[in-house]
Design a protein around this ligand. Structure first.
Ligand code: HEC
Ligand code: HEC
Ligand code: HEC
Ligand code: HEC
Length: 167
């Protein structure tokens, strides 16, 4: 008896909740394709930030991080701008919060990228080599939007050879 009630309720629930168009062309809902295709874009190219953030963008495109999208560090465009108006603030890592952001891609210990694709550091070793305390934050030496800019400027000031790379 319980089994019969379960089966009947099962069929009824299926009837109520299954979208009408399901099964028309096979085991899926045809309308889903159109819905996905028309979903509003949440992410944009770095070009979309140019108009309102020209100075940061200028640094960014001249620097070694030029291949990284602004959104990789700041989240989705759609949460910040809609119809050319600012609708919300983007997350910005500050202070000690900058380290985990940089280490997402540059951590020697845990890394998602294949070996040799991105240069990685081990924090104690990296700081030790520069004779500073381990709790130094990356942006005390690396400009977040052009990581080698200050390093090159310092080298130049000290009359050391410039590296081939960009800022
Ligand atoms: C339509 C103009 C416009 C566009 C396009 C735009 N921004 Fe902004 N953005 C602003 C303004 C204005 C502020 C300052 C908001 C405030 O302080 O109230 C701001 C602030 C920010 C901040 C600082 C937020 C904070 O909490 O301090 C970040 C980071 C940022 N934008 C990143 C971006 C990125 C990345 C893009 C592209 C994906 C972008 N913005 C595109 C206008 C824009
Ligand atoms: C590698 C990560 C990274 C990328 C890529 C990146 N940013 Fe940032 N951005 C940061 C961090 C970290 C800060 C906070 C720096 C600080 O407080 O010293 C910041 C700060 C900002 C601010 C706020 C400035 C301020 O001092 O209040 C704006 C605006 C901004 N970024 C826009 C952009 C735009 C536009 C792009 C792309 C052209 C971009 N960022 C790419 C990491 C990044
Ligand atoms: C989304 C991944 C990503 C994040 C997050 C990121 N980087 Fe990078 N970084 C890269 C890539 C990729 C390159 C190499 C670009 C190339 O070689 O063309 C690079 C290059 C560098 C270099 C130059 C390495 C060299 O000598 O060639 C430094 C320094 C650097 N990043 C520091 C930082 C700092 C500091 C932060 C945090 C503010 C940070 N990165 C966040 C991906 C990232
Ligand atoms: C005390 C200054 C200082 C601090 C703090 C610092 N760096 Fe560096 N970093 C340097 C210098 C100097 C270089 C060498 C650049 C060169 O050779 O041109 C470098 C090189 C790098 C490189 C390239 C390594 C390679 O193999 O060529 C990466 C990646 C990097 N740093 C990431 C970071 C990250 C991530 C942080 C924060 C956890 C950080 N750095 C903190 C000074 C610093």
């Amino acid at each position: 008896m319980t089994l019969i009630i379960l089966v009947v309720t099962g069929i009824l629930v299926r009837q109520i909740f299954l979208p009408d168009e399901f099964g028309a062309n096979g085991y899926y809902r045809p309308g889903a394709l159109e819905e996905e295709a028309n979903r509003e874009a949440r992410n944009m190219a770095a070009e979309s930030c140019l108009e309102c953030h020209p100075l940061i963008r200028k640094l960014h495109v001249a620097g070694i991080h030029k291949t990284i999208s602004c959104e990789a560090c700041h989240g989705a465009f759609a949460d910040h701008v809609k119809d050319n108006l600012v609708v919300g603030l983007m997350p910005v890592a500050r202070g000690q919060g900058i380290r985990p952001l940089c280490l997402r891609c540059h951590n020697k210990v845990v890394r998602a990228a294949p070996p040799d694709s991105i240069k990685v550091v081990d924090i104690p070793e990296h700081m030790d080599k520069r004779k500073v305390r381990t709790d130094h934050i990356c942006n005390q030496c690396h400009h977040v939007h052009a990581p080698l800019k200050w390093v090159h400027e310092a080298r130049e000031m000290m009359g050391l050879a410039k590296r081939e790379e960009d800022i």
